[in-house]
Design a binder for this molecule. Structure first.
Ligand SMILES: Nc1ncnc2c1ncn2[C@@H]1O[C@H](COP(=O)(O)OP(=O)(O)O)[C@@H](O)[C@H]1O
Ligand SMILES: [Mg+2]
Length: 235
């Protein structure tokens, strides 16, 4: 469904963040992108969501190329939910992408209200997003992305800065979701809870790909890529 072939990317300062990265995600699959800090997870995710222009290689969604195709079908949440929550209230924030797509304000508000209801956060509708807790912000940013009805969710560190209960709620939400999911994280336990398969990145290259949970059972493999055994395998 979504394929990256031989992607390489250098930032404007010349730093090469991706080297010859290839991967594919099939419909309904949940893929984890894992790797140490600086291994290229966010850079790769930004490419897959059409937020960065491909320099070398190519990305196709159902065989079609181009940033616009990716932007339309791949919904991206940023590592820092504050980068995404810009409107004065939660309802307006979630309605924003609908209005941007040409829906009338009243229809957008009613659709956004339904979405908040379905995520169990209707009670947050009139709250200012920047005053919410980290976990609430995270779910609201999911709602904002879901409002644009993407087929793929590309999530950058969705457990970052969450307490254990909020983290658990996000995991449950993702497990229930019917979306194709690409989850960039260094939280290997979360990757195990949510994903079927993982790609391990190291210094911008694909170090290893495989099925979960077996890929995360080798201490040697993980440590050689700057990662630690998930808690559940470490005793
Ligand atoms: N805007 C940028 N300009 C220059 N280098 C960057 C920029 N963003 C990220 N990098 C570098 O690219 C590499 C990959 O970064 P990133 O994709 O953010 O990794 P990760 O998400 O795995 O932590 C790192 O070495 C990082 O320092
Ligand atoms: Mg990152």
């Amino acid at each position: 469904m979504l394929e990256a072939e031989s992607l390489s990317y250098s930032y404007p300062d010349g730093h090469r963040a991706l080297h010859d990265v290839s991967l594919s995600v099939s419909e309904g699959e949940r893929l984890a992108l894992v790797g140490a800090n600086g291994s290229g997870k966010s850079t790769l995710l930004l490419h897959l969501a059409g937020a960065l222009r491909v320099q070398e290689g190519r990305i196709t969604f159902r065989g079609r190329e181009g940033q616009e195709v990716l932007r339309r079908h791949v919904g991206l949440t940023f590592q820092d939910a504050d980068d995404q929550l810009l409107m004065p209230s939660v309802l307006e924030d979630v309605a924003f992408s609908l209005v941007a797509r040409g829906m009338s304000l009243s229809e957008a508000h009613s659709r956004a209200g339904e979405l908040l209801e379905s995520l169990g956060i209707a009670h947050l509708s009139s709250r200012p997003p920047h005053k919410l807790s980290g976990g609430e912000k995270r779910i609201v940013s999911f709602a904002g992305v879901l409002a644009s009805e993407p087929e793929v969710l590309a999530l950058d560190e969705p457990s970052a800065a969450l307490d254990p209960r909020a983290r658990r709620r996000v995991i449950e939400f993702l497990r229930r979701s019917k979306h194709t999911i690409i989850l960039a994280t260094h939280d290997l336990d979360m990757a195990l809870d949510v994903c079927d398969r993982a790609v391990i990145l190291s210094a911008g290259r694909v170090a290893c790909k495989g099925e979960l949970p077996s890929l995360f059972m080798s201490r040697e493999l993980l440590e050689s890529n700057g990662l630690e055994l998930p808690l559940r395998f470490s005793h």
